[in-house]
Design a protein around this ligand. Structure first.
Ligand code: THG
Length: 369
């Protein structure tokens, strides 16, 4: 049976790089924040091997920015997240859970602080813009909350630093993990951060203005020709090996940050003003009843995981698998799932109900990478 195609129209937003991505031979897309996100170029496995050896340019425009600007910007930011933002300095990126009034996860973005009155929230796939605008309006905050014409372009892989130094100068080598600096491209200033949705190292360029998209893409491709640079995209295998969470796949608004293993990014007692603070204080005291874990699933290649697979111990349901894929490097199926407290210790043997039958699996305390 042929897989159905996804019909593309104007309603499904294109990006400043879509023409280049098409020319590069993109084979599949997904939809993320109502925008095109490439998922395959050569094949998921070929893309994976290339990402770990060379350098790739990723159109991650769909990581849309919520720009928060004005005298109450810092106040609104703290209302959105249980992470204590008081020590955040300009030029820093913070991974911040965003929660609703019940402590449920609305998003797990990267926040950037430009100054006391300007932040970006680089969101995962949920319409968090409206939540932020609603809070700003409801509390009569003195802020503008909007989605600017800013599109992240990620440069990922072991040769990312060399490629970026050729285009932006040697100083990019000094940018530390989760910090950003401003750089000029064709006279336009844009933030460049040491970050990205892989564990292979790299940068994210917050391309400020659609018109700079293609010139920047071309400059990077030209400068990296001898580095074997290619168009790429967040890789389904590498991100599961790395234990990087995918909002909507591995968690949603029914989960607390603690269930998602993001308790280390919560300072619930100190995060005064956070809308979900009261709900999370209880969770922080008692600890979660289940939590996200990396899991290895025995046997050969598992089928596509498009729906969660239940997990069992002695016939009792003890969790669910939300992402699973064959890893060529680890020679096992790597997975992410939510596992009940009594069964989440490292090395616990469980059973997973995959579409082609029960498989033995092992819970891992740490990610594979
Ligand atoms: N970069 C940017 N925006 C994004 C993503 C990104 N928006 C959508 C999505 N990805 C948000 N989710 C994540 C998930 C993980 C990380 C970043 C965004 C991440 N985590 C590191 C880790 O877990 O090892 C580091 C966390 C830390 O130590 O602070 O990078 O990728 N711009």
């Amino acid at each position: 049976m042929n897989a159905p195609l996804l019909s593309i129209s104007r309603r499904l937003r294109h990006t400043p790089f879509t023409r280049r991505v098409t020319e590069a031979g993109v084979k599949a897309y997904t939809v993320y924040n109502h925008m095109l996100l490439p998922t395959v170029f050569k094949s998921v496995e070929a893309d994976y091997h290339h990402l770990k050896k060379h350098v790739q340019i990723w159109d991650v425009s769909c990581e849309r920015q919520i720009e928060i600007k004005g005298p109450d910007a810092a106040k609104l930011m703290q209302m959105l997240t249980p992470r204590d933002l008081r020590a955040m300095t300009p030029g820093q990126c913070y991974y911040v859970p965003i929660v609703d009034a019940t402590g449920g996860m609305l998003n797990d973005p990267v926040a950037l602080k430009f100054d006391e009155e300007k932040f970006y929230i680089s969101i995962a796939d949920n319409d968090t813009l409206y939540w932020a605008q609603g809070i700003a309006y409801g509390f009569r905050l003195d802020v503008d909350v909007n989605e600017p014409d800013v599109s992240p372009l990620a440069i990922q892989g072991p040769k990312a630093e060399d490629l970026m130094a050729r285009v932006f100068g040697e100083s990019v080598r000094d940018i530390k993990f989760f910090k950003f600096r401003m750089y000029d491209f064709l006279g336009q200033s844009m933030a460049i951060a040491r970050s990205g949705y892989s564990k292979q190292g790299g940068y994210e360029i917050y391309v400020d203005g659609t018109e700079y998209g293609e010139p920047l893409w071309d400059a990077l491709m030209e400068a990296g020709a001898d580095l074997n640079v290619r168009a790429g995209c967040p890789n389904a295998i590498e991100r599961v090996e790395a234990g990087l969470l995918s909002y909507g796949n591995d968690m949603n608004w029914r989960n607390t940050p603690h269930e998602c293993g993001l308790g280390r990014f919560c300072d619930t007692i100190l995060a005064i003003g956070c809308v979900g603070r009261d709900a999370l204080l209880r969770v922080a005291m008692e600890g979660p009843m289940r939590q996200i874990r990396s899991i290895s699933i025995d046997g050969d290649k598992v089928p596509l995981c498009t729906n969660m697979w239940l997990a069992f111990v002695d016939g009792k349901e003890i969790g669910e698998i939300t992402s699973a894929v064959w890893s060529p490097d680890f020679e096992t199926n790597v997975a992410i799932g939510m596992i009940d407290r009594e069964y989440w210790d490292d090395g616990t043997i469980i059973e997973v109900q995959t579409p082609d039958g029960m498989r033995k699996a092992t819970v891992c305390e740490k990610s594979f990478i």
